[in-house]
Design a protein around this ligand. Structure first.
Ligand code: SF4
Ligand code: SF4
Length: 495
């Protein structure tokens, strides 16, 4: 029977007086460390290259706030298409719910930009300049010397440089790279707001990655707090197999225990076997949030896998099977079965499917142009001696990155209806709009009451069209005919 594990009710990196011990996590080597390095390398390239890669004439991701347009991998969304983002955001939210219920904090450990940049950029630089964990701690505790001062200047100079680079590339997501480059060459007074944003954002990044680090995950990140609500005992987490590891004993303690057993006159074979954990604390020393995974699942665990590699390394040296610390469900660690399909994964899965279906439908209805038709203010119709007239404004919005020629036609119009305005092809500039009047006139004899028709625009290249229903309004036919009758009668005596 495994010994009961110690419990914890405080955060390792926040002391009772509110101060924070700075951590010096040891390095790890192993299959997960390698896999995370590879995936982080790809992610860093992905995050930083998006403003450089052009799709359809614009950066792959360009959130052009000034022009109120979002360019996403060749798709341009104008302000009136922002409702589509609702589906994108809720879809991402449901995906995260679903993945978390199944795989726990896999996002935090493998893909979160904070973890990726901290582990693979800032900590690497720190290791390169200050040395391994023991050397880093020794340097921090050493009195100020010329070497320490130099190392601090180089390290923080590089941290600042990297933070400024990330901040500039982040800004490029909103104003494009050429614009960022132009701002960088201009005096700060010419772009005060952008300059202030850059300065503040660089400062925030520097503060976070140079000092705040794991506190962001523990104290600020809302997703970390949501974990406990999203996962259950069947979710995949990184944990310690207490049934296999306990009772944990160091080599010296194990020797002492054997000696006492033999001294009591019992044969060595009757000594109950100790657990596989040799209490080396290697899993604790590598943890970037300073926790002891052997105390069970904790909110601070960001799923970085460092403790798995650390413990696997120890087990390999002891010729014991790997996996004392591993990915598994809490049920599996307790010797119970793990169920992948359960009410919460089914619910999150259904929500994800509904979200994905609606998003697919919404995107399939997306058109690279908008057609708006509004009735010109004043009287809804005008009655002249010969015609009934309706007047509209037609607004054509081109969401594409090149000019488009549109042709307007009327569908379902009765015989005799005359159209003035927008009779030939209309050129709408790239990402521009054109507003023109459209006048429809129905000769009095052909007018038999209000009717519905449809305005259609078609691009000359014949790739898409848009239809908008409108209503042609006019007076009551009976009254119109009576009025005509009256006019005729009043005219006849004059002949
Ligand atoms: S407990 Fe393990 S997986 Fe969790 S943060 Fe610490 S080292 Fe990473
Ligand atoms: S690394 Fe493994 S053996 Fe060492 S203390 Fe942690 S769980 Fe025990």
């Amino acid at each position: 029977m495994a010994a009961p594990l110690p419990t914890r009710d405080s955060v390792t990196t926040i002391r009772d007086d509110g101060s924070r011990p700075f951590l010096y996590p040891s390095d790890t080597h192993g299959r997960f460390t390698l896999a995370r390095q590879a995936s982080a390398g790809l992610l860093i390239v992905f995050y930083l290259s998006l403003p450089w890669i052009h799709v359809g004439g614009y950066p792959a991701v360009f959130l052009d706030i000034a022009e109120r347009r979002f360019h996403l991998f060749g798709l341009t969304l104008a302000a009136q298409d922002m409702w589509l983002l609702f589906f994108v955001i809720t879809g991402l939210g449901f995906s995260l719910f679903f993945i978390t219920a199944l795989l726990g904090r896999v996002w935090c450990g493998w893909a979160c930009p904070h973890t990726v940049f901290l582990d693979q950029v800032y900590r690497r630089l720190e290791r390169w300049i200050d040395g391994d964990a023991v050397q880093r701690r020794a340097l921090a505790e050493a009195p100020l010397s010329a070497l320490k001062g130099l190392k601090r200047i180089v390290k923080h100079g590089l941290f600042f440089l990297v933070s400024a680079t990330i901040a500039h590339l982040f800004l490029a997501y909103f104003v494009s790279l050429p614009e960022v480059w132009a701002m960088m060459r201009a005096a700060p007074v010419e772009n005060w707001s952008a300059f202030a944003f850059m300065a503040v954002f660089t400062g925030v990044l520097y503060f976070n990655f140079a000092w705040f680090r794991e506190q962001l995950c523990i104290v600020i990140c809302p997703y970390g707090r949501l974990q406990s609500a999203l996962i259950d005992d069947h979710s995949l987490v990184i944990g310690y197999d207490a049934r296999r590891g306990e009772p944990r004993l160091t080599a010296a303690e194990d020797k002492k225990r054997l000696a006492a057993h033999l001294a009591s006159g019992q044969p060595a074979a009757t000594l109950p076997r100790a657990g596989d954990c040799v209490a080396c604390h290697r899993c604790v020393h590598v943890c970037p949030t300073g926790i002891d995974i052997r105390q069970g699942l904790q909110m601070e665990c960001v799923g970085c896998t460092a403790c798995i590699d650390a413990c696997d390394d120890v087990m390999t040296r002891l010729h014991r099977p790997r996996g004392l610390v591993r990915y598994d469900s809490q049920n599996a660690f307790a010797g119970r079965a793990t169920r992948w399909l359960r009410p919460r994964t089914a619910l999150y899965g259904v929500l994800l499917l509904v979200g994905a279906s609606v998003a697919t439908w919404a995107l399939s209805t997306f058109r690279p142009a908008n057609l708006g038709i509004t009735r010109i203010g004043g009287a809804p119709y005008i009655v002249s001696d010969d015609y009934i007239r309706n007047q509209f404004f037609v607004r054509l919005v081109n969401k594409q990155n090149q000019p488009v020629q549109f042709v307007l036609s009327l569908e379902g119009a009765p015989a005799g209806l005359r159209q003035s305005g927008l009779q030939g092809p209309v050129v709408v500039p790239a990402l521009g709009e054109v507003v023109q009047p459209l006048v429809l006139q129905q000769p009095r004899p052909d007018y038999h009451g209000p009717f519905a028709l449809s305005v259609r625009i078609q691009d000359l290249a014949n790739r898409f069209h848009l239809n908008r229903p409108i209503e042609f309004l006019g007076p009551d036919v009976k009254l119109l005919r009576e009025e005509e009758e009256d006019r005729r009668e009043h005219r006849e005596p004059r002949h």
